[in-house]
Design a protein around this ligand. Sequence first.
Ligand code: 5RP
Length: 229
Amino acid sequence: MDKEEQDKLKKQAAVRAAGLVKSGMKLGVGTGSTVAFLIDELGRRRKEEGLKLKAVVTTSSRSKKQMEEWGFKVDELSSVTQLDLTIDGADRLAANFDGIKGGGGALTMEKNVAVNSQKVVWIVDESKVVDRLGGFPLPVEVLPISCEQNFQRFKNAGLNPQWRMSGKERLVTHYGNYIVDLNVDPVPVPEGLAAYLDHTVGVVEHGLFLDMCEEAIIAHSDGTIEDRQ
Ligand code: 5RP
């Protein structure tokens, strides 16, 4: 699928998901190119239909800026007890609704927003849908203080780590950390790997989002939009 076709599908999924957003909601807004289409649709609805949200939390400064450009006020997650709904993109969506996220480097905020939402909906084009998790590097955000040791640990464990780069430098996340992409394809036992990463000191967060998404809106190249629940 070429980029133009993929963008068309991303937009279709995003516009469909925007229909789930109602005035008065406390909304979590994810990150990425699919979410950028969602934000434009929410902005259009604000302008043309008077959509009014009770609270908005975004998962990156990019999404925050775009929401603010449309006139939405953006809140800090810590000032909102619980979000009603979060809509986000994903890098991979498995048949059991587990996913890989963090291709855009925003995994830590994305996971914090997701677990503090009553409902999480992902918007994807069909190229992201897989039977078993894999086909995309698994991002792990690590603290600089022990990043070299953790990189070596991942290497010894056969996880084929690679630093996420921004030009010639290591990419620095919103929180001042680095990202190591693990090349494990397919992810053999997602729950086991998630538990290992959760217990590795120096790992801030990882891109295995297990048991978090309840509904996925999938745009297919045959023109159908699937609402999977
Ligand atoms: C960012 C993410 C994004 O949701 C994911 O990478 C999908 O991005 P896109 O919609 O651009 O394909 O997890 O950290």
